[in-house]
Write a protein that binds this ligand. Structure first.
Ligand SMILES: Nc1ncnc2c1ncn2[C@@H]1O[C@H](COP(=O)(O)OP(=O)(O)OP(=O)(O)O)[C@@H](O)[C@H]1O
Ligand SMILES: [Mg+2]
Length: 390
C-alpha cells in the first residue's frame, strides 16, 4: 500500500490504535523510508530535490559525490551551497524561476572538476509543497573523450581542408597578379581614350586580387599551428611579456594599461605560445576599440582550481545583437580585419579546457574574461590535438 494512503488510514484510526501497534507502524514506516533512501543511493544518477524557493531538501549519494560536498547536508541548504559551479547554479535557478523543464540538457562545468553533465529538471506539483527534481548524470569519460575527439578532429579536418584550398588558391592568384601587371604595361601603348576605359577595369581587378591575397594570407597565418605543447608556466609573467611586446603600439594609441596581477598565481600547465596568441589577439582588439585612446585594465585572479584573466577596455563596445557573432570565423567590423582573431582565441581556450566570457556596453567598453583550469599534473591534460598539416 502506498505510504501516503497507509498514513491517512492510520491517522483516521489514531484514537483506536494502542501504543504497541502504533510503534509497530512507525517502525515499519521508518524501515520503508530507509529502504527507499538506500534504493535512491544505488542509482547511478545524482538526484536533487528542491523547493520552488531553491532550497535543497534531498540529495542522493551520487549527487553528493558529483558535487563533492564534504559534509552531509544538514537540513535545507541553498543551491549555491550544493553546486560549486556558478553557471550551473544560474541555469537551474533561471529554469526554476520560470518553472521551465530541462530535458537531457548537456552542460559543461569546471567545478568541482571539469565534467560534461546531462541534466533533467521536472516538477512534482502534487507534492505539498510542490517540489522540483533535478537529475544529473555525468557523461562517462569515454563518451566525453569520444565527443571531444570528434569535435577536435572535425575541426582539425575542416581546418586542414580549408588550409589546403587556401594554399591552392595562392598559385592562380600569383599568376593573375603577374598577368594584370603585364596588361597594365600593354595598356600604355594604346590611345588615351581606350586606355582610360580599360584602366578602370584593371584597377578594380588589381584591388580585388589584392583583397583575395590578403584573405588567403591571413587565413594561413592564423591557422597554421604547431601541435599543442603544455609546459609549467607563470601566467602573470607571460601576460607582462605580451604587454611589454605591445608597449609601442599601446603608447602610440594613447592607451594606459593598468595591471592588477594576483601575487598568488601558481605555475601551472599551459601552452605558452598559444596563450600568448590569445593575449595578443584580445589586447589588439582592445587597441582597435579605443581609436582615441583610453584605459585597458588587465586583472588576474587565482583560485584553488581555476584562474581568471579579465581584460577591461573603455572602447566603443559591442551592440547586444552582434555579441553572439564575434567568435564566428570571418565576422569583422574592421576594414582591414580578417575576423579570425577571436575564433582562434576560442579554440585555444577550449583546448585548455577553459571558457571565455564577454560582456559589453555600446560606448561603455568591453570586458573579456578567460577562465582556465589550474592543471599541475600531466594526468589532467586534455586530449592531445592532432598535428595540423597545411
Ligand atoms: N574589445 C572589443 N571592443 C569592441 N569590439 C570588439 C572587441 N573585440 C572584438 N570586437 C568585435 O569583434 C569583431 C571580431 O573580432 P576578431 O578579433 O575575431 O576579428 P577582427 O579583429 O575584426 O580581425 P582579426 O582577425 O584581424 O583579429 C571585431 O571586428 C569587432 O567588431
Ligand atoms: Mg582581432
Amino acid at each position: 500500500m502506498p505510504a501516503q494512503e497507509f498514513l491517512q488510514r492510520v491517522a483516521r484510526r489514531m484514537d483506536r490504535i494502542d501504543r504497541k501497534s502504533l510503534e509497530g507502524y512507525v517502525l515499519e514506516l521508518a524501515n520503508e523510508a530507509q529502504f527507499l533512501k538506500h534504493l535512491l543511493d544505488q542509482i547511478p544518477e545524482g538526484i536533487v530535490v528542491l523547493t520552488f524557493n531553491q532550497e535543497v531538501i534531498f540529495v542522493n549519494r551520487r549527487g553528493i559525490q558529483l558535487f563533492n560536498v564534504q559534509e552531509p547536508l544538514a537540513g535545507k541548504e541553498t543551491l549555491e551551497k550544493l553546486i560549486p559551479d556558478a553557471p550551473l547554479v544560474a541555469l537551474v535557478s533561471d529554469a526554476l524561476k520560470e518553472k521551465r523543464e530541462l530535458f537531457q540538457k548537456e552542460f559543461e562545468i569546471l567545478l568541482p572538476r571539469p565534467m560534461s553533465l546531462r541534466l533533467n529538471l521536472f516538477y512534482e506539483r502534487k507534492q505539498k509543497p510542490p517540489v522540483a527534481i533535478l537529475t544529473v548524470a555525468s557523461m562517462t569519460q569515454s563518451e566525453m573523450n569520444m565527443r571531444e575527439r570528434f569535435k577536435l578532429e572535425n575541426w582539425e579536418t575542416m581546418l586542414g581542408l580549408a588550409a589546403g584550398i587556401a594554399h591552392e588558391i595562392g598559385n592562380p592568384l600569383n599568376s593573375l597578379t603577374i598577368h594584370l601587371k603585364l596588361l597594365a604595361k600593354i595598356l600604355q601603348k594604346l590611345p588615351a581614350q581606350e586606355r582610360k576605359n580599360i584602366h578602370n577595369s584593371i584597377k578594380i581587378m588589381e584591388d580585388e586580387t589584392a583583397r583575395l591575397d590578403r584573405i588567403v594570407r591571413n587565413f594561413l597565418g592564423a591557422t597554421r599551428r604547431k601541435p599543442v605543447r603544455f609546459e609549467l608556466t607563470q601566467l602573470n609573467d607571460l601576460l607582462l611579456k605580451t604587454i611589454s611586446f605591445l608597449k609601442p603600439e599601446l603608447k602610440k594609441a594613447k592607451i594606459r594599461v593598468l595591471e592588477e596581477l594576483d601575487k598568488h598565481m601558481p605555475v601551472f600547465l599551459l601552452d605558452p605560445e598559444r596563450i600568448q596568441q590569445v593575449f595578443l589577439n584580445i589586447i589588439k582588439n582592445a587597441i582597435h576599440a579605443m581609436p582615441h585612446g583610453g584605459t585597458l585594465k588587465i586583472q588576474t585572479e587565482a583560485g584553488e582550481k581555476l584562474c581568471a584573466i579579465h581584460f577591461m577596455d573603455t572602447g566603443v563596445g559591442i551592440a547586444s545583437d552582434k555579441i553572439s557573432r564575434i567568435f564566428d570565423a570571418y565576422y569583422t567590423t574592421k576594414e582591414e580585419g580578417s575576423g579570425l582573431g577571436l575564433m582562434i582565441v576560442y579554440q585555444i581556450i577550449r583546448e585548455h579546457g577553459g571558457r571565455i566570457e564577454v560582456s559589453s556596453k555600446p560606448k561603455g567598453g568591453t570586458t573579456f574574461s578567460i577562465i582556465l583550469p589550474i592543471r599541475k599534473e600531466k594526468l589532467g591534460l586534455p586530449q592531445p590535438v592532432m598535428e595540423q598539416t597545411s
